[in-house]
Design a protein around this ligand. Structure first.
Ligand SMILES: NC(=O)c1ccc[n+]([C@@H]2O[C@H](COP(=O)([O-])OP(=O)(O)OC[C@H]3O[C@@H](n4cnc5c(N)ncnc54)[C@H](OP(=O)(O)O)[C@@H]3O)[C@@H](O)[C@H]2O)c1
Length: 182
């Protein structure tokens, strides 16, 4: 059982641009190998966690309040927020706030040996890392720079550094980098 941060990022380390847009990512459409890679990853995931900006992006982008069947997960999702947010009909969503450590313990109990996926954003993942609860970072690096936006992982991790354990090329677009936390 591992806790992963699996995400796409711009080359200069942003998850979304200043307007929370992912148009820079979606411009590439379907790239060979990416869907298979995602399927292999998600098949071993038992729970996801995300911050409220990411959740609200999903609500809006997928019009989930009108079309709740488009909720992308059939596993429980923990959403971090200090606000009251709408729930997607029929989705297994648990709203939480504050210290991530007890929430991680709850997630570990729920996943029954499967992995945990930290969807983002970067600071929330940083909070898990601060508690030693992040095992692996899997990045699909897109060949674009954004200059500003939502940061990938606003933490200083230098020594020990991350350990590079895998590199994959997807088309002439993405490089997927897998790093272990040492
Ligand atoms: N490139 C990709 O594949 C990818 C992946 C993930 C996300 N994204 C995008 O990247 C952006 C990330 O946004 P973001 O940086 O703002 O991060 P976020 O983690 O999605 O949202 C941050 C918000 O979550 C809440 N939060 C975080 N930690 C909390 C805690 N411990 N307790 C309670 N609430 C907590 C706070 O909001 P409140 O308390 O005000 O609710 C905080 O402002 C989004 O636009 C998302 O769509 C892209």
């Amino acid at each position: 059982m591992k806790t992963h941060y699996y995400t796409a990022t711009s080359l200069d380390g942003y998850l979304a641009d200043q307007d929370q847009s992912l148009d820079w990512l979606f411009q590439f459409g379907e790239i060979e190998g990416v869907q298979d890679n995602y399927r292999q990853f998600i098949d071993q995931v038992g729970a996801v966690a995300m911050g409220s900006t990411t959740y609200e992006w999903l609500l809006e982008h997928e019009t989930l309040l009108e079309d709740p069947e488009k909720w992308p997960y059939d596993i429980p999702a923990w959403i971090f927020s200090t606000r009251d947010l709408p729930v997607v009909d029929g989705a297994d969503i648990r709203f939480v706030q504050g210290d991530v450590a007890p929430v991680h313990a709850e997630m570990v109990d729920a996943v029954d040996g499967e992995n945990i996926w930290l969807v983002g954003g970067g600071d929330l993942v940083g909070q898990f890392h601060d508690h030693g609860l992040l095992d692996e970072i899997i990045l699909s690096v897109a060949p674009v720079t954004l200059g500003s936006g939502a940061p990938l992982l606003p933490r200083r991790i230098t020594s020990p550094s991350l350990k590079l354990v895998d590199v994959q090329k997807h088309g002439d677009v993405f490089v997927q980098l897998t790093y272990e936390i040492q």
